[in-house]
Write a protein that binds this ligand. Structure first.
Ligand code: F6P
Length: 322
């Protein structure tokens, strides 16, 4: 392996820059040439790539977003698209590819590596933490802390006005952001897609709280929950019209911002190991961290971390909000 390339794909996540930096600096340290591909697979198909130097990644470890930009590329889902991608890689003599993104991006890498002789390494960059085989994904910790900061602020105003706030956080298929930010802010309810939402039980408990004048309540709802913020808001407005209820959707604020120390650390560690994998011939895996050890999961086995939120967590939620 002499020349490798790195790209970021799918939804951006804070810490992607730290991961790019680690890949570039490790590659250069080992005497490789490192290319940056702009806008994920889209940029690959358009041959939008450039040689990176150590200084190309100076002063980015603390920055959110991704200097390589990101995209979701439909064409890469097709064999023709991947053929085009492979040809660009070959033409530029790239013999290893590091893909920073979520499970969708890993699928693209897997298909490419199956169809052509191009080793691919994945780095889990997603705020959702919805990938099995790793305790951390790059950006999750930052997103949770951003949500915590916002929910704390909302609680101040909820408290001042005796209001019920429904706060929707991101997580298309996974409830980890809701679970972690909800526990850390003492939310009265946390609704996640991994658990069936018992709306009637929530209404009953709110009625009971209303009777004993506990009017300040925070419900954190994951975007992917069967109700989601809007539906739950409508239901509560209809069934409990006397409650002063507000809905706040945090949205993309959770994807931006300076990465936390933890995200910078895991991104640096994973980026370093991605290059080591290429050098050691450990191909077509994604680099995870499990129980504080590197865990190399074959791209073939990439699975959505879904429906697996431990009962223990839910017990904590129920006990502490009782
Ligand atoms: O996968 C990360 C994520 O932020 C999800 O939580 C969310 O559903 C989705 O991306 C939003 O995507 P977009 O930025 O394309 O609207």
């Amino acid at each position: 392996i002499k020349r490798i390339a790195v790209l970021t794909s799918g939804g951006d996540s804070p810490g992607m820059n730290a991961a790019i930096r680690a890949v570039v600096r490790t590659g250069i340290y080992y005497g490789l040439e490192v290319y940056g591909i702009m806008r994920g697979y889209q940029g690959l198909l358009e041959e939008d790539l450039f040689k990176m130097e150590s200084r190309s990644v100076a002063n980015i470890i603390q920055r959110g977003g991704t200097i390589l930009k990101s995209a979701r590329c439909k064409e890469f889902y097709t064999p023709e698209g991947r053929k085009k991608g492979y040809e660009v890689l070959k033409k530029n003599e790239i013999d290893g590819l590091v893909v920073i993104g979520g499970d969708g991006s890993f699928k693209g890498a897997l298909n490419l590596s199956k169809e052509y002789d191009i080793p691919c390494i994945g780095l889990a960059g997603t705020i959702d933490k919805d990938i099995a085989g790793t305790d951390f994904t790059i950006g999750f910790d930052t997103a949770v802390n951003t949500a915590i900061d916002a929910i704390d602020k909302i609680r101040d105003t909820a408290d001042a006005h005796d209001r019920l706030f429904i706060i929707e956080v991101m997580g298309r298929d996974a409830g980890y952001i809701a679970l972690h930010s909800g526990i850390a802010t003492g939310a009265e309810n946390i609704l996640i897609p991994e658990r069936k939402t018992d709306a009637e039980a929530i209404i009953t408990s709110l009625q009971e709280k209303e009777r004993r004048k506990k009017l300040v309540n925070i419900i954190v709802v994951a975007e992917g929950d069967e109700y989601g913020g809007i539906e739950l808001y409508r239901l509560i407005k209809e069934r409990l019209p006397n409650l002063d209820t507000r809905l706040c959707t945090l949205g993309h604020i959770q994807r931006g911002g300076s990465p936390t120390g933890l995200d910078r650390l895991i991104a640096s560690r994973m980026g370093y190991h991605a290059v080591e994998c290429l050098l050691e011939g450990r191909y077509n895996v994604f680099v995870g961290i499990l129980n504080n050890r590197m865990n190399y999961v074959p791209l073939e086995q990439v699975a959505k971390r879904k429906g697996r939120i431990a009962e223990e967590w839910m017990k904590v939620v129920e006990t502490l909000s009782a």
